[in-house]
Design a protein around this ligand. Structure first.
Ligand code: RET
Length: 283
């Protein structure tokens, strides 16, 4: 009964102010398309954790181990993130401000996604930076800019006072994203040439850049932005991108690390390698 009532409210867009966590939980459960988009990620994250632990059982080089640990954190954070969404803990119904296409209506906002991206995406970047042979400055810059992107994305989703300010946060988040893209496409691409990991780095770089660009596009088109797409479709878009950006990405990276552990071990130790133009070939 509660489920049907919650589904009707969700479908009509007439959601009472201040829903309890149990009501949000029921509303999510009642939308089978939305629920499926969340549960599939819990299942895949669980399987990935088991697979990655098994793949890494014989890895001994510390740098390769660090790449494994960082990558393994991605499905671990993911399973927690999706559990938060499914339980209703990290989802709120927020009233959109004047100017928004759904102004005055309560829109389901899965803000836990943006919060947990602030933990999972730095892990992806740390793994990529280690693979490229990044120095500490670039790694730090990429991770900090990435956290800035996620936290300001969270602010965009949670701002209900002004429609314009939602987009101001969005633009700030995009500015942080540009820094991340620059490091990936220019700095680390060059570092990977020097480190001898260019082939795998380039594959993962393209996968990452193409998929990550999809997130701001779907945010803009989804219910929280221009509201061209509905909540369940947007959730499927994020879940689909997550599956490739996290599990496929992690599998390709870890498989390569296992097969090329000696090459990873031969990379300069530490994270203090010189920056631009300072490869041995320049002497
Ligand atoms: C937001 C909205 C504001 C503008 C920008 C965004 C970018 C998000 C990205 C997320 C990547 C997430 C991944 C998660 C995997 O666990 C916050 C959507 C630029 C790039 C890869």
């Amino acid at each position: 009964m509660i489920e049907t009532a919650a589904a009707d409210l969700l479908a009509s867009g007439m959601v009472p102010l201040e829903m309890t966590q149990a009501e949000v939980f029921q509303a999510i459960r009642a939308d089978s398309l939305l629920s499926a988009s969340l549960w599939i990620n819990v299942a895949l994250a669980g399987l990935s954790i088991l697979l990655f632990v098994y793949m890494g059982r014989n890895v001994e080089d510390p740098r390769a181990q660090l790449i494994f640990v960082a990558t393994l954190m991605v499905p671990l954070v993911s399973i927690s993130s999706y559990t938060g969404l499914i339980s209703g803990l990290t989802v709120s119904f927020l009233e959109m401000p004047a100017g928004h296409a759904l102004a005055g209506q309560e829109v389901l906002t899965p803000w836990g996604r943006y919060l947990t991206w602030a933990l999972s995406t730095p892990m992806i970047l740390i793994a990529l930076g280690l693979l490229a042979g990044s120095n500490m400055t670039k790694l730090f810059t990429a991770v900090v800019a990435d956290i800035g992107m996620c936290v300001t994305g969270l602010a965009a989703a949670l701002t209900t006072s002004s429609y314009m300010l939602r987009w101001v946060w969005y633009v700030i988040s995009c500015a942080f994203f540009v820094v991340v893209l620059y490091i990936l496409l220019a700095e680390w691409a060059r570092d990977a040439e020097v480190a001898g990991t260019a082939e795998i780095f380039n594959t993962l770089k393209i996968l990452t850049v193409v998929l990550w660009l999809g997130y701001p596009v779907f945010w803009a088109l989804g219910a929280e932005g221009l509201a061209v797409l509905d909540v369940a479709i947007t959730s499927w878009a994020y879940s689909g991108m997550d599956i490739i950006a996290k599990y496929l990405f992690a599998f390709l990276l870890l498989r390569w690390v296992v097969e090329n552990e000696s090459a990873v071990a031969k990379m300069a130790s530490g994270l203090g390698s010189a920056s631009r133009g300072a490869s041995p070939a320049d002497d």
